[in-house]
Design a protein around this ligand. Structure first.
Ligand code: DGT
Ligand code: CA
Ligand code: CA
Length: 593
């Protein structure tokens, strides 16, 4: 295996700049950083918000900006994108850089940029720490937290100090992981590119990506082809490769410009199933299966299943499992959490599929912090084959999202009645994402909640309550006669905010007693409820709602990640409320209301 650094091909003249493809995720990252740095400078909050909103919009677009620009699209037609932002997008897409970001970085102390990378520390807090405690690095931050100096700074306390220590430790342990949805963007283009190599028959992403883990460390891609050499050549000359870390005859590892690492292996057709099984993992599932094989006198590795020197299986994953007497186990289950025992006992779940979904029970519109109208959301849901959609805006307490007052909610309910009279093939449900207040009360009057089809309730404040108080708060909310679904039950934001401290098993048991539901929120940075608790909820007989929490028409696409998460929690079609036809769903909901 040869190790080398990427150098420009010798035939490229020095003065000809290679224009690299820039993905939407890259543009969004630039805009997020601009917003952070502007915020540190106390820039006009509207300006900061314009960049943040643009970053979100771009992150959700289902077309690449580079393709749109190449096709002559006018970016100012996108909501919230004016001439200035359109110009900045064009600059980033064509040059890969932003002059404004370069300037901002120059005038921001480097320490602040480093601290900003820490999950949970926004621009305001970073600035305070820098000014009050003269903290210049993550190490100094960790020391100040350990010495108990942070709790005395205005706006911080003992709990936030502990959180900072946790965040420092978490960052050390999770450095460089990618959220599943972002990894998917990078994976899709690369897979299409590899498929076009001469003699290639299959290209598949294995590893944690195939298991639909919420974050992935790197991509593990398997290829079957007539010959390996052309595949290797094509892979290492992919235009997004920043560095070639290793290159051999049948495998290579590169680092993409996005910092995502990718392994590609070319395997023989007869070993395809064994290799796919091996590289899909998880490691502990593999080890358990290999042990089972050993007990039967078999050797299982990435080349096949062998009895002595004789290969007895390996062309398909089914054949690998069959060699130890097991049925096929779906990738999302392969975490060594009981799936092998379930397979042996004939108790494997028949996992829910994307096509089983009939509706979506959590979505926002322009009335609050969404970007599309109710009508646009309804039509987009219908276009994706959904039969019903609940509109669930924020309630008044959430002022940053322009939460609805009773009057505004009533107006929206009238609008929904009018639209339902007119729309064909999709039914709108009246709902709300009501805030669970600190004392467990809901943020809108009972009589109003009682007139809705679905009441989604969520914690958006006081994430810092003690375990007892947080648990009591949510239990009380669940006891509310109009409570239907607990939204994003843990409150975590992946790599940014830990779940709040709560007795989740207790909430799950209470949901069963109350007959209400828990949400699997499909937003890429939430994927909340967590898989182990989904499995626990299912065992308790609690139904779950797989919800997009869409803030725009594009975000219905996130439902596929919600389904991935549901499958990691062993859910079958019947465990998911929104696989039910509307009539059945209404009956289930009316039991909660
Ligand atoms: P990641 O990349 O950290 O999100 O997680 P994975 O699961 O993709 O792990 P990765 O990329 O290190 O390796 C891919 C798969 O290869 C892994 O899921 C199982 C398999 N594998 C890696 N190392 C070992 C090993 O030492 N023993 C066995 N049995 N399998 C391994
Ligand atoms: Ca991996
Ligand atoms: Ca790997």
């Amino acid at each position: 295996m040869r190790v080398r650094r990427a150098t420009p091909p010798p035939h490229t003249p020095r003065d000809v700049k290679r224009v690299l493809p820039v993905h939407n995720a890259d543009v969004a990252t630039v805009f997020e950083e601009i917003a952070d740095l502007l915020e540190i400078e106390n820039a006009n909050p509207f300006r900061v918000r314009a960049y943040r909103n643009a970053a979100r919009l771009i992150g959700d677009l289902n077309r690449e900006l580079s393709d749109m620009l190449a096709g002559g699209a006018d970016l100012t037609e996108l909501p919230g994108i004016g001439a200035d932002l359109a110009g900045k997008i064009q600059e980033i897409v064509t040059t890969g850089k932003s002059a404004m970001l370069v300037k901002l970085r120059k005038r921001t102390p480097p320490a602040l940029i480093e601290l900003l990378k820490l999950p949970g520390l926004g621009p305001k807090k970073v600035k305070t720490l820098y000014q009050e405690l003269d903290i210049h690095s993550i190490e100094q931050l960790a020391r100040a937290a350990r010495d108990g100096r942070i709790r005395n700074v205005h706006g911080f306390g003992a709990r936030s100090e502990a959180k900072i220590l946790e965040a420092v430790a978490a960052q050390a342990g999770s450095a460089g992981r990618f959220k599943l949805a972002a990894a998917a963007q990078y994976a899709e283009r690369l897979v299409a590119y590899l498929k076009a190599a001469p003699g290639v028959s299959r290209v598949i992403v294995a590893g944690s990506f195939r298991r639909c883990k919420e974050t992935v460390g790197d991509l593990d891609i398997l290829v079957t082809a007539k010959r390996a050499a052309p595949v290797m050549e094509r892979f290492v000359s992919y235009d997004e490769v920043a560095e070639i870390l290793a290159q051999g005859t049948t495998r290579a590892t590169v680092l993409l410009r996005s910092k995502l690492q990718v392994d590609v292996r070319v395997v023989a057709e007869e070993s395809y199933g064994a290799a796919l099984h091996y590289f899909t993992g998880s490691k502990s599932h593999n080890i358990a299966l290999r042990k089972m094989g050993q007990e039967m006198g078999l050797k299982i590795n990435e080349y096949g299943v062998f009895r002595g020197k004789r290969r007895i299986a390996g062309a398909t994953e089914e054949s690998v499992y069959a060699s130890v007497g097991l049925p096929y186990i779906e990738p999302e289950l392969r975490e060594n959490r009981g799936e092998i025992e379930a397979a042996r006992g004939g108790r494997l779940p028949k996992l829910v599929e994307f096509g089983d979904l009939r509706g979506d029970l959590h979505a926002h519109t322009r009335a609050t912090d969404g970007r599309n109208t109710v009508r646009e959301m309804a039509e987009a849901a219908k276009a994706r084959g959904l039969e019903y959609l609940a509109i669930t805006e924020h309630s008044r307490r959430l002022t940053v999202a322009r939460g609805l007052t009773p009057q505004r909610l009533l107006a929206q309910m009238d609008e929904i009645d009018r639209l339902n009279a007119e729309l064909k093939g999709v039914t709108l449900l009246k709902g709300i994402e009501v805030d669970i207040l600190e004392d467990g009360a809901l943020d809108l009057p009972d009589d109003l909640l009682g007139r809705l089809d679905v009441v989604v309730a969520a914690v958006h404040s006081r994430f810092d309550l003690s375990r007892d108080k947080q648990t009591a708060r949510i239990l009380k909310a669940m006891d509310h006669p109009h409570f239907s679904i607990l939204a994003h039950p843990s409150g975590r934001l992946i790599e940014q905010r830990e779940p709040y401290d709560v007795d989740m098993p207790r909430l799950i048991r209470h949901a069963r007693e109350r007959g209400c539901f828990l949400e699997i929120n499909a937003q890429p940075d939430r994927l909340d409820l967590l898989d182990i608790y989904i499995q626990m909820a299912k065992e308790e007989g609690v139904l779950l709602a797989v919800s997009s929490d869409a803030h725009s028409v594009q975000q219905f696409d996130y439902l596929r990640f919600g389904i991935g998460q549901a499958r990691r929690g062993w859910l079958e079609k019947d465990d998911v409320v929104n696989t039910r036809p509307l009539k059945e769903l209404r009956a289930l909901l009316s039991r909660t209301l």
